[in-house]
Design a protein around this ligand. Sequence first.
Ligand SMILES: Cc1cc2nc3c(=O)[nH]c(=O)nc-3n(C[C@H](O)[C@H](O)[C@H](O)COP(=O)(O)OP(=O)(O)OC[C@H]3O[C@@H](n4cnc5c(N)ncnc54)[C@H](O)[C@@H]3O)c2cc1C
Length: 458
Amino acid sequence: MPAIAKLSDEDVKFLETVFPGALITRPEELNVYASDASLQSGSPLCCVLPERVEQVQALFAWADEKRIPIYVRGHGTNLVGDCVAFKPGIVVSTARMDHILEINKGDFVAVVEPGVNTAQFQAACEAQGLYYPPDPASVKGSTVGGNVVTCAGGMRAVKYGVTRDFVLGCEVVLPGGDLVKFGGRAHKNVVGLDLARLMVGSEGTLGFISKLYLKLIPKPEASATVMAGFGSYQEALGAVGGVFDKGILPCTMEYIGERIVKLMNEEGNVPWPADKVRSVLLIQVDGSRETLPIEMRRLEESLPTAVWTTRGLGKEEEEPLWEIRRRINPVVFALAPNKHGDDAVVPRGSLVKAVDEFARISREYNVIMVTYGHVGDGNIHVNVLYNAEDPDEKKRADEAIHAVSRAAVAMGGSESGEHGIGVVKDVLLQISKRERDLMRQVKACFDPHGIMNPGKGY
Ligand SMILES: Cc1cc2nc3c(=O)[nH]c(=O)nc-3n(C[C@H](O)[C@H](O)[C@H](O)COP(=O)(O)OP(=O)(O)OC[C@H]3O[C@@H](n4cnc5c(N)ncnc54)[C@H](O)[C@@H]3O)c2cc1C
């Protein structure tokens, strides 16, 4: 696709007509839309903020004809460069398509525009006794549309699944301007190929989702959390299987590795005895008020190797425990100013083996590494901390994080459980060339001229 360096006066006139008062071309304003949470930066020609689907259709017909790249943008919190216009093109922000159209208690279905904020949507559902579980740590800053197109995971995935499991249908504007509907509000549907879920995790490469049909479930009545301290990471990770063996399916199961616990111990204000605890599990269960105490008792019994435990019953008591989990991100920057964050997944039975291997990689490349994350579904977050101003240190950090991906794949896991590929990872590390070719052929059916998020993903 030939790159277009600049919009002509005629182009700008067209865009102003379609997006009156919603076209951004001034460089200082455009900067806001030039990068995302990957901290990489591109060069958009302009940004448009549609309010109606017809505007997107008109844009997509025009851009396809002119072969101008399109970069759809939610709130830009993805970590893999998925919103960045590496080739000059048009950023389409969903910020003004942010309405909850319907929350239907009878159908257990919500219909939303893509730009609705995830936390606000969850709160609106919960106000009606309904529940939308997908909960990436970025819920307060990300959009439901962005979550769908990245198939965002989160802490509750171990019990409830990821965003994919709550998408019933969507309406999509395709390059060329056609508006199509995939799936709908039925909770079960096996008619033809599942194109609605093909959009899930597509990283902005297929089309623009203009409307979403989402599955809701009843809101759990109550929740409780156990925090357990262990003398080593081997004991903490070894305890994970024991919880499931007791027949418990926690809604969240988080792990804090030794290096982070050490930092927290040094910082002080930890609830556990700092001289005994070197690694931590944080486990939440939810359900009915009647059954929860039984489940809590079983849960505590399932952790015989813990050297210390505490519990929180109900939101108010649980909150200080989860606040400790939220301290991980700020606390690791005590180690170095820059960070590579990885979201590798390994089979749940390989957790100890995986963390041993990551520790070996950190020694081989002589880098600072910490591990934590959603161990309930084998999704370990590995952070490599480094100083980007030291080229040798940066090179070792880059190599180490790739080695982590390779190790996870070699164990039968995945190089990315939730962040995606974008421009940061190598898809061929995990899938065959033949599989990638099939993906590219599918894309060509949706986007024959390759205008959607070129160069991203696969
Ligand atoms: C502090 C922090 C914590 C995070 N924690 C998690 C976590 O726990 N779990 C997790 O999974 N991720 C996490 N992330 C990553 C990120 O928040 C998710 O990927 C999120 O789903 C992105 O949502 P967004 O609205 O910001 O989308 P964006 O980043 O704006 O876009 C993401 C992708 O979706 C596409 N897109 C957006 N809207 C549409 C649409 N309407 N139609 C077509 N394509 C569209 C974009 O083109 C892009 O490819 C975290 C990020 C940060 C910064």
